[in-house]
Write a protein that binds this ligand. Structure first.
Ligand code: HGY
Ligand code: MN
Ligand code: MN
Length: 415
């Protein structure tokens, strides 16, 4: 029988999901009015849960529940509250809302622990607007790359301009950075976004590592021309060049056989008229593999293939890496505590890697990280059909709450 925790979490998932760019397709993009509205709602939930709460210098929401004494180092929980376009409502918010509900439960019971608990809602994990991801968690980890401030969205607005319009000062991002000594660990609950837990008929899983990823921006430049007068043999068509490149990426990843995945998620062809041969095409590439070596080798091979296609078609090619994240292992001492909490709630302990990226990839620079996965229906994610059953949301919450109440910081574990 799901506890009150699950009910509260599901109700809040639905309330937060109503904050979207359009009602038809869930999208909550960094530094937009929807970001602001969601931040205000989350901050109010944090305060209701007994936390002090604020918006930090890059737009993360940050809540703190004091321990038995003031100014203790914290166990940091959290996840992101931005979304992809036409998103599901659980990717990110489940981890954040569950963490807030766990603190609310402690607060209701007047429970204080030998450490503080902080809950951080990261403002831009997906990287939809400025092509570079983990902006919020990188600012907290002190590794934010200032060059991203000059990145532009599809409307030509830079991150710097968007921050100022949102009411944030891009020159103050450094104020969001935390010191390693302030954090005992970072733990994130998140939907699996894959089919494994459902296949194993398990509500929760213990994450072993977060797969690294490389994102690239490719630009092919040919020659725009009249669709009716330029013979096929004389064309320098950037869009057919991109099409051949995209199928080459798919073919390369399909035949790799080693868990390599490649995705072209965005393409833009200019000038974009039916009767004009496209002269300029930009598209994105997302490459992931079980190991960093495998991924980096694959990226080099794929770029070489695209270069050969561009050369043969007399197209100019520019390829830039817009984002690179190494594979991040979950800390054994912390992963063990997640497993103990899973077992403590009566569930089998099952370990699995994360093919999806998460904020722990940035938080690893200032704390050991661990993750708890919650089953999602058919493994669907980054899609409006993304769904978590109430019983599974409740199971995740009970495991996270048990982990929090039994948490032993590393130094104590080792002594
Ligand atoms: O792309 C990812 O893996 C994550 O959902 N941002
Ligand atoms: Mn996502
Ligand atoms: Mn996510």
């Amino acid at each position: 029988m799901p506890s009150l925790l699950g009910e509260e979490i599901v109700a809040r998932i639905n309330e937060l999901a109503a904050i979207s760019e359009t009602p038809e397709h869930l999208a909550r993009i960094y530094l937009t009015p929807e970001h602001r509205k969601a931040a205000d709602l989350l901050l109010s939930w944090m305060r209701e849960a007994g936390m002090s709460a604020h918006l930090d210098a890059i737009g993360n929401v940050c809540g703190r529940y004091e321990g038995e004494a003031p100014d203790l180092p914290c166990l940091m929980l959290g996840s992101h509250y931005d979304t992809v376009r036409d998103a599901g409502k659980w990717d990110g918010p489940l981890g954040l809302i569950t963490a807030i509900s766990c603190v609310a439960d402690l607060n209701r019971r007047g429970r204080r622990l030998p450490f503080a608990i902080e809950v951080t809602g990261f403002a831009d994990e997906e990287g939809v607007r400025f092509a570079s991801t983990l902006l919020g968690s990188r600012a907290v980890a002190g590794t934010f790359d200032e060059s991203v401030l000059n990145a532009h969205d599809h409307a030509g607005i830079s991150m710097r301009e968007a921050m100022i319009a949102f009411g944030l000062n891009p020159d103050h991002i450094g104020a969001a950075a935390r010191a390693r000594r302030e954090l005992l660990a970072y733990v994130e609950l998140h939907i699996e976004q894959g089919p494994v837990l459902e296949e194993k008929e398990l509500p929760v899983g213990v994450v072993t590592a977060i797969a690294g990823a490389t994102r690239l921006a490719a630009k092919l430049t040919g020659m725009a021309g009249h669709a009716g007068t330029v013979p096929m043999g004389l064309r320098r068509d950037a869009l057919t060049g991109a099409a051949e490149s995209i199928t080459a990426i798919e073919e390369f990843c399909k035949t790799d056989g080693g868990g390599l995945v490649g995705t072209v998620g965005y393409i833009d062809a200019l000038p974009g008229a039916t009767n004009v041969i496209p002269g300029k095409v930009s598209f994105t590439i997302d490459i992931r593999a079980p190991t960093d070596m495998h991924r980096k080798r694959a990226v080099a091979d794929i770029v070489r293939r695209i270069e050969a296609i561009a050369k043969r078609r007399t197209l100019a090619l520019q390829v830039d890496v817009t984002h690179e994240n190494r594979t991040v292992p979950c800390a054994p001492w912390l992963k063990e505590q997640v497993a103990e909490a899973v077992a403590g709630e009566g569930f089998p302990v099952f370990e699995l890697p994360s093919g999806a990226g998460h904020d722990g990839m940035a938080m690893i620079d200032i704390a050991d990280v661990a993750m708890l996965f919650v089953r999602c229906r058919a493994g669907i994610s980054h899609h409006p059909d993304e769904h978590v059953e109430l019983a599974d949301a409740d199971a995740g919450a009970r495991v996270l709450l048990r982990l929090i109440e039994n948490f032993w910081p590393r130094e104590m574990v080792q002594s």
